[in-house]
Design a protein around this ligand. Structure first.
Ligand code: SRM
Ligand code: SF4
Length: 687
């Protein structure tokens, strides 16, 4: 990299972790660790990167306020203490500090909220894997399938970030499960916690330069940002290092400290003792393919190819995120925005520079505001870019123009491009259980298939010989794994998070509630006369954290009380527009009162080909609210009587323009006039 120098990094050799903690704290307050002085960063895009001096802050006895989790991380000896000790006890649970630390190892302590017996909480653990691009080798799939039966609740859960979750693991079985995953070519390291989470990339196994390059890049970014201290292997496989070799360019990028990004002598050169202020999410994709919900990530990376299809570099977006807290306006979902373009050989350095900018400047006092989106929101993109450029050592080139995004599901059979085929299968909410589970296992085992998980909780069977298409399709149907044309279109794009009974943050149902909600939406579709193949993106979560990305949906339901939801409208089918909150506290039993008028208006008043999301945005919420408030119910179609009216051209045109003024269609206006007229006459008669 042609880089501008930014001053000397601290090179003291500190092997003792305690000393490193002190160093981190000391250097932070003394200012002798190289930090970019953000107050001096000019916000002009034409800023020339030159040497940045180390700001020396005055000694202060007032330590900045830090959240509890910061203290746990600091005292943990790189994620070991007191987790190791807590795992040895006979108790069925672990203490608060260990509960925070085990997340970095890929596990959450949970309790079944449906099952509050007299003996107190029944503790159990959820385990999440890490699968960059959703790639799952055959051996790992079979191991996960076995583990779910032997140690879990008998189901596998595919997540919205291309990973598996196992629920219901008892503490005494954690080591057996973790070590089996590790020995089966899998990992749970960094699946949760304040670090980089699973890196998304299009799951389709297309043998195409740009797709392969996106997947390779996702893999390299995942390796770059994987914890290095070895704590994971110490705890779960007695120190054995069972890791796949990483390409030299990844190690080079990690170790490079030319711009003061690293803790040079730390077991964690990028993360240090404190890791990141909060979770961090990255997705990589190719132009047009928005299977990864690119704009919802902290970093979105898009492969740019030349006219021969050869990848030459990357566009980078920053600052996306979904999570919010009810009634706190200062928390919000946010779309990522363009940062700039980098040549392909620089991508790891650019990603590292962004991560370090967040590490150094993200808030560590209040976890509600610690995601990078809040930093960018506060600074503005110009200042953020300038600070990242100090750590990158270069200026970003202008963002390259991109074509429209499309949502791609990869469901059904497709050519891979190398003579083999792949088959994408819809799985309702990613929950694989019962007959579906045994069928999938049999097929994956019998034909020795590798699989991939999509960011929409679905699964892809890969590398299938053409001749096997028929027998595999028939076998899949036995387990209700149907080709997409046989699945209700409303289900194909719907998602719900796990919510109750295991998620401690759930306010109400999501995964368990969605089958019935979709049934009711289908009934409303029928009632208002929408066709079977017309659809919309519906996403439901049990709380405002947004795990199924409801704020990108055309209809998002976000739990805001027991059996009650906020209704969010305005997302688009290609996942590029943020929805807005339309209504609060809609009780589950009242859903039709809102959906019926909305869908009826969409049916009657939409422009040609207009999606539900675009329609709700065009109409505006004030209009829609009025329509919902004034809705008196739809006359059942069977009880409707036909009434045809013929009027002269002039009257027709006058009615048409009046209807438009009132945001109605001409039919609605005519019916209203007739109804009012008849009612008035009846009144006259009775007086
Ligand atoms: Fe999530 C917390 C499930 C994707 C935002 N999420 C949780 C926890 C771990 C609850 C907890 O903290 O104790 C949930 C476990 C439930 C359970 O029993 O399984 C949980 N999140 C999920 C999954 C399984 C939902 C799914 O239906 O698949 C997804 C696992 C992804 C993975 O494989 O890594 C999942 N979570 C997401 C996404 C979507 C995404 O990443 O694309 C988001 C929104 C994007 C974002 O991060 O901004 C998301 N989860 C959250 C948040 C809010 C974060 C925030 O910035 O405020 C929390 C709560 C927290 O972190 O404090 C959370
Ligand atoms: Fe739990 Fe809320 Fe995430 Fe749903 S959205 S899994 S309820 S944290």
């Amino acid at each position: 990299m042609a880089a501008a120098s930014i001053g000397a990094a601290n090179t003291a050799v500190l092997k003792d972790p305690k000393a490193q903690i002190q160093r981190f704290q000391g250097l932070r307050s003394s200012g002798s660790i190289r930090r970019v002085d953000v107050s001096t960063v000019r916000s002009s895009a034409s800023t020339v990167v030159s040497a940045v001096s180390t700001p020396v802050k005055p000694e202060t006895s007032n330590e900045p306020k830090r959240s509890k989790v910061e203290i746990f991380k600091e005292q943990s000896n790189f994620l070991r203490y007191p987790l190791n000790e807590e795992l040895q006890t006979d108790a069925s649970n672990i203490n608060e500090a260990a509960t925070q630390l085990i997340k970095f190892h890929g596990s959450y302590q949970q309790a079944n909220r449906d099952d509050r017996g007299p003996g107190g909480k029944s503790y159990q653990f959820m385990l999440r894997t890490k699968n960059p691009c959703g790639i799952v080798p055959n051996k790992l799939y079979l191991a996960m399938d076995d583990l779910a039966d032997e140690f879990g609740i008998g189901t596998l859960r595919l997540t919205t970030r291309q990973t598996f979750q196992l629920h219901g693991i008892l503490k005494k079985n954690l080591k057996a499960v973790m070590s089996t995953i590790i020995r089966s070519m899998g990992s749970t390291l960094g699946a949760c916690g304040d670090l980089n989470r699973n890196v998304l990339a299009p799951a389709a196994p297309f043998v195409r330069k740009d797709y392969l390059f996106a997947q390779q890049t996702a893999d390299n970014i995942a390796s770059l940002l994987t914890p290095q201290s070895g704590a994971y292997y110490d705890l779960w496989v007695d120190g054995e290092k069972i890791m796949s070799a990483e390409p030299p360019e990844v190690a080079n990028a990690r170790n490079d400290n030319s711009h003061g990004t690293n803790f040079p002598d730390s077991p964690e050169p990028i993360y240090g003792t404190q890791f990141l202020p909060r979770k961090f999410k990255i997705a990589v994709t190719v132009p047009t393919d928005n299977a990864v919900d690119i704009l919802t990530n902290d970093i979105g990376v898009v492969v740019i190819s030349d006219s021969d299809g050869e990848p030459v570099g990357f566009n980078i977006y920053v600052g996306g995120g979904m999570g919010r807290t009810h009634r706190i306006e200062a928390t919000f979902p946010r779309l990522a925005e363009p940062l700039g373009y980098v040549p392909k050989e620089d991508i790891l350095y650019a990603v590292k520079a962004i991560v370090v900018t967040q590490r150094e400047n993200g808030r560590r006092d209040d976890r509600k505001y610690s995601r990078m989106k809040y930093l960018i929101n506060e600074w503005g993109i110009e200042k953020f870019r300038s600070v990242v450029e100090q750590y990158y050592g270069k200026k970003f080139e202008p963002f390259r123009e991109l074509p429209e995004w499309e949502f791609k599901s990869y469901l059904g059979w497709h050519e891979q491009g190398n003579g083999a085929m792949f088959c994408g299968l819809h799985v309702d909410n990613g929950r694989i259980g019962g007959k579906m589970k045994t069928t999938l296992r049999e097929i994956i085992e019998k034909y020795n298939l590798n699989v991939r998980l999509t960011p929409n909780q679905n699964i892809i069977l890969c590398d299938i010989r053409r001749a096997l298409r028929r027998p595999i399709t028939a076998a899949l149907a036995q387990g209700a794994l149907l080709q997409p044309r046989y699945v209700d279109p409303l289900h194909l794009t719907a998602m719900a998070c796990p919510a109750l009974p295991l998620c401690p943050l759930a306010i109400t149902e999501a995964e368990r509630g969605i089958p019935n909600i979709l049934k009711r939406v289908r009934a409303v579709f029928d009632k208002v006369g929408l066709k079977y193949n017309e659809s919309l993106v519906i996403r439901i979560t049990g709380c405002p954290n947004g795990c199924a990305r409801p704020y990108m949906a055309e209809l998002g339901l976000v739990g805001d009380g027991p059996n009650s939801y906020q209704v969010w409208l305005g997302g688009t089918p290609n996942q590029t527009t943020l929805a807005k909150c339309f209504m609060n506290k809609v009780k589950i039993q009242d859903l039709e009162k809102v959906l019926e008028p909305l869908f009826y208006s969409w049916k009657r008043q939409r422009q040609q080909g207009e999606s539900f999301g675009d329609f709700t945005t065009r109409m505006g919420f004030d209009n829609l609210q009025e329509i919902v408030e004034k809705w008196e119910g739809l006359v059942e179609r069977s009880s409707r009587s036909n009434l045809k009216l013929f009027v002269d051209k002039e009257t027709y045109e006058a009615m048409d323009s009046l209807a438009k003024l009132q945001n109605k269609n001409i039919h609605q206006l005519a019916m209203e006039v007739i109804r009012n007229f008849v009612a008035a006459k009846q009144n006259d008669k009775s007086e």
